[in-house]
Design a protein around this ligand. Structure first.
Ligand SMILES: Nc1ncnc2c1ncn2[C@@H]1O[C@H](COP(=O)(O)OP(=O)(O)OP(=O)(O)O)[C@@H](O)[C@H]1O
Ligand SMILES: [Mg+2]
Length: 267
């Protein structure tokens, strides 16, 4: 087989972001961002507030267009996809948005059923059964499936949102700040759940987080965004040895040091 050395192999590469530039008016968010997400990995995007993490995710899931640059998902250029191809791609992806927005007027089961109702022709009964199965797989307390989002704790809401993201059996799961606002024990439990789901469903996961504890626990590789660029990409061990002053500050500021020590003590 004659394969160009720089060609994407969709068997191994799930997302390829090449030379992305993003501007909102005069404000530059991304100035030449490139990265590759491999099949089966937990790929984290880290960086300070406003560094363009959520915008990058929105570009990967086709909710927003970069000003310039290419994005390929499952080997297809997102700019040239037909509407049918976009719909097919969306079906293969699950998304947990930052702040996890559940529909407030729907119960947990109804929330998880929404993507199934939208994207399948399954019967009502089957949809409810699948929704309950997904909810159970996230460890959400089953006695509370008829509750509304306002009646749930932050941790329960996050699990319900994750169940909804998993509803269509995605191959690729995007998680934007899934543990922000959770106490350290709930956050650790959620990270464990993400690991478990990855193994059970052979997922590829793109996770956005500032949480250094989470990064040490679950990320295979991390891209650190800053100044509109990728400051570094690598494992946490690799990045923690980086000479880049911004990455160094990120890891060895007061929070970084504490997180690293804790992670090492847990080994
Ligand atoms: N639709 C938009 N129009 C104008 N500016 C936007 C828009 N969306 C995002 N921005 C700006 O782009 C920058 C990056 O935003 P983004 O939400 O990606 O940051 P982030 O890295 O996810 O930050 P946080 O850690 O706070 O979630 C911010 O300055 C934000 O104000
Ligand atoms: Mg964000």
């Amino acid at each position: 087989m004659n394969v160009r050395s720089n060609a994407i192999n969709p068997l191994h590469t799930v997302i390829e972001v090449r030379h992305i530039h993003t501007r909102f008016g005069a404000a530059v968010v991304h100035e030449d961002v490139s990265l590759t997400v491999n099949k089966g990995e937990v790929f984290a995007i880290a960086g300070g507030n406003g560094s363009g993490k959520s915008v990058l995710m929105r570009e990967m899931i086709l909710l927003q267009r970069p000003t310039a640059g290419d994005i390929e998902v499952f080997g297809k250029d997102v700019r040239t996809m037909s509407e049918a191809e976009v719909a097919a791609l969306r079906r293969r992806c699950g998304v947990l948005f930052q702040y996890g927005a559940l529909f407030s007027s729907l119960t947990v089961t109804e929330n998880v059923a929404v993507p199934l109702r939208e994207h399948t022709n399954l019967s009502r009964r089957l949809i409810e059964e699948i929704a309950l199965l997904k909810i159970a797989s996230t460890g959400f307390p089953m006695a509370s499936v008829t509750k509304y989002p306002s009646e749930l704790s932050g941790g329960m809401r996050r699990r319900a949102a994750l169940a909804r993201a998993m509803a269509l059996d995605p191959e690729l799961l995007y998680l934007d700040e899934p543990t922000s606002g959770l106490d350290p024990i709930s956050a650790a439990g959620f990270d464990e759940l993400i690991q478990q789901l990855r193994e059970w469903f052979r997922l590829t996961i793109v996770i956005i987080t500032h949480d250094l504890d989470s990064l040490w626990r679950i990320a295979d590789r991390v891209a650190v965004l800053g100044n509109g660029k990728v400051l570094g990409i690598g494992s946490m061990s690799e990045l923690s040895g980086s000479k880049n002053s911004l990455i160094h500050e990120y890891f060895y500021g007061p929070r970084g040091r504490a997180a690293k020590e804790q992670a090492w003590n847990q080994r």
